[in-house]
Design a protein around this ligand. Structure first.
Ligand SMILES: [Fe+2]
Ligand SMILES: [Fe+2]
Length: 184
């Protein structure tokens, strides 16, 4: 997947700009989506088999499990033992209340690599080179807006990150049908 190479590249550049080990960012970038293409049943089964936390949000949105499961696969299949790299892989999708600089770099690289297409992406990517927390706030806000506009659920970890980084949770939009005039 070209996305993976772009995440590894942007992650390494962001890491260098902030005095973080670019090799760790590159490794996390290359391995972050190992479980991304697993179907829902496999994500749920393999996560349960390894005792990974599977709460109501994960049961409703099994796709998010590819992050925690990806970290386990990086350890099992690629012998990655660096807890910082494993943490960055684990948090790349829904973030968390506590984000290390490497966690932030990989989360930002995943969301802001040039293949992503949403308004403000390029500006946030530029900001990320000088202000990791500012870019993280911007990306969290953009993600929350996207989820609210589509009436999609927000992971508890993303809510915790929003609280920690002072990002307001937008009110969910009304479903389109609720805005239509009543025909009666
Ligand atoms: Fe991912
Ligand atoms: Fe990704």
């Amino acid at each position: 997947m070209a996305h993976i190479v772009r995440v590894a590249r942007l992650g390494a550049r962001l890491a260098s700009a902030h005095g973080i080990d670019p090799g760790a960012a590159r490794t996390a970038g290359l391995l972050h989506d190992l479980a991304r293409l697993f179907p829902a049943e496999r994500l749920l089964a393999e996560s349960a088999r390894r005792g990974l936390p599977v709460g109501p949000f994960e049961r409703d949105h099994p796709i998010v499990l590819h992050a925690a499961l990806g970290a386990e696969l990086a350890r099992e299949q690629f012998g990655i033992t660096d807890p910082d790299v494993l943490s960055a892989i684990r948090k790349h999708t829904v973030a968390d209340a506590v984000m290390s600089p490497l966690d932030s770099v990989v989360y930002l690289a995943d969301g802001l690599e040039p293949g992503r297409d949403f308004p403000g992406r390029a500006e946030l990517a530029t900001l990320a080179f000088r202000d990791l927390d500012g870019a993280l706030r911007g990306l969290l806000a953009s993600t929350l807006r996207y989820l609210a506009q589509r009436g999609l659920g927000v992971a508890p970890q993303t809510r915790a990150a929003a609280r920690r980084y002072d990002v307001e949770l937008p009110a969910p939009s009304e479903p389109a049908s609720a805005k239509e005039p009543c025909s009666a």
